[in-house]
Design a protein around this ligand. Structure first.
Ligand code: ZN
Ligand code: ZN
Length: 399
């Protein structure tokens, strides 16, 4: 039996009230990274009721479930993140967060609903599949290392995935827009700290001090030359200083100033170039101003890089699943994603699914207290992931 791609939209649409109800329930009950206890209970319950083989406690609160087709074949990993953010919700929605200071401000409530909807759809097609689907519900995506913890707990083993897919609802673009781009689509993220040490003293007697405020200012300015002068014009990078700490009062020159910030890059060579220029500037500018500087870099995630073959396959499939969709094959963002760790060295694709709706006032960016998305995007994302997975596992050898 052959199910055409368009049918997966019909099936996802028929499950819309299921997707929406799950999403709204999770939205009212958001949980921060590694605290997704209620969320993972719901996930395990829903997947268990479908008859899937469910394992809980992966990477803390993660859930993994295996849907096995009729015969052996490739393994498709589908990943859905579950965590909320420490944000006080201001949407005024009837389904607003019931927990002060915690909000699903990135749309991961929607991702969980999409995952459960895809599981329902594919379970109904189980007899047509050769291979299996590994549903991965991940904790703590928001900078807390959830993907790495799931990997060290063995999420990429037994069985090992051949394909990895994930999608993000995307409020930077309208409902109906789809971003499916080959190559790097999200940036490698590094966090940096710089400690500039000098010699503090009287604010009125600077000649007795080695003022670290001056090299701090010098560095912030010099850093702006790195992207402008050291990164090739066809490449791109971001270097943002986001924190400056130093000094307490008016008349004391501090002995230390700390700078911190983030670097975003899409390829390893550019990343190395930016970080080595920063190191050079920290050393030399501090030295020139009679201070010392120490740079430490924490690598958060590698770049999210989409496999060209998988990406082209999905690009060809999209018009069949959602004929009216606006397909964008050249979209990338400087955001970062720990899905990059699961995708490394695997045939993978990370898809953006437009979810803003200006007519309904749903235009606020991810992480904003008024962030909310058009729930029709749940259906679009579920249809794409279900149809794509189906095509990878479709059992052409039988009936
Ligand atoms: Zn986020
Ligand atoms: Zn997110």
């Amino acid at each position: 039996m052959n199910t055409p791609p368009s049918h997966f939209y019909t099936e996802a649409n028929a499950l819309f009230s299921y997707s929406r109800d799950i999403r709204r329930d999770l939205h009212q009950n958001p949980e921060l990274g590694y605290q997704e206890v209620r969320t993972s209970d719901i996930v395990a319950r829903e997947l268990g009721e479908l008859g899937l083989d469910v394992t809980t406690g992966f990477g803390g609160t993660g859930v993994v479930a295996l849907l096995e087709g009729r015969s052996p074949g490739p393994v498709v990993l589908l990943r859905f993140d579950m965590d909320a953010l420490p944000v006080q919700e201001e949407t005024g929605a009837t389904y607003s967060s019931q927990h002060p200071g915690v909000m699903h401000a990135c749309g991961h409530d929607g991702h969980v609903a999409i995952g459960l909807t895809v599981a329902r759809i594919l379970q109904a097609h189980r007899a047509e599949l050769a291979g299996s689907v590994k549903f991965v519900f991940q904790p703590a995506e928001e900078g807390l290392g959830g993907a790495e913890r799931m990997i060290s707990d063995g999420v990429l083993r037994n069985p090992e995935p051949d394909f990895c897919l994930a999608a993000h609802l995307w409020n930077e673009k309208p409902l109906g827009w789809l971003g499916v781009t080959a190559g790097p689509v999200m940036a490698a993220a590094d966090f940096f700290n710089i400690i500039i040490s000098g010699k503090g003293g009287h604010g009125g007697m600077p000649e007795t001090t080695h003022d670290p405020v001056l090299p701090a200012a010098g560095l912030i300015n010099a850093f702006q030359s790195i992207v402008a002068r050291n990164v090739p014009p066809m490449e791109t990078a971001v270097l943002s200083v986001t924190r400056i700490h130093g000094g307490e009062t008016y008349n004391v020159i501090p002995s230390q100033v700390e700078l911190a910030g983030t670097v975003r890059t899409y390829n390893a060579a550019t990343r190395e170039r930016v970080l080595s220029r920063m190191q050079q500037q920290v050393e030399l500018i501090c030295q020139a101003m009679e201070c010392t500087g120490e740079l430490t870099v924490q690598s958060l995630t590698p770049a999210v890089v989409n496999d060209p073959w998988v990406t082209e396959h999905i690009q060809n499939l999209c018009p069949q699943i959602l004929p009216s969709a606006q397909l964008d094959t050249d979209y990338r963002t400087t955001g970062s994603e720990d899905m990059a760790f699961m995708m490394q060295d695997r045939r993978s694709c990370y898809i953006f699914v437009g979810s803003a709706n200006p007519v309904k006032g749903l235009t606020f960016s991810h992480h904003h207290p008024r962030f909310d998305f058009d729930e029709t995007a749940l259906t679009n994302a579920s249809a794409i992931l279900a149809a794509t997975t189906y095509t990878f596992l479709q059992d052409g050898s039988k009936d």
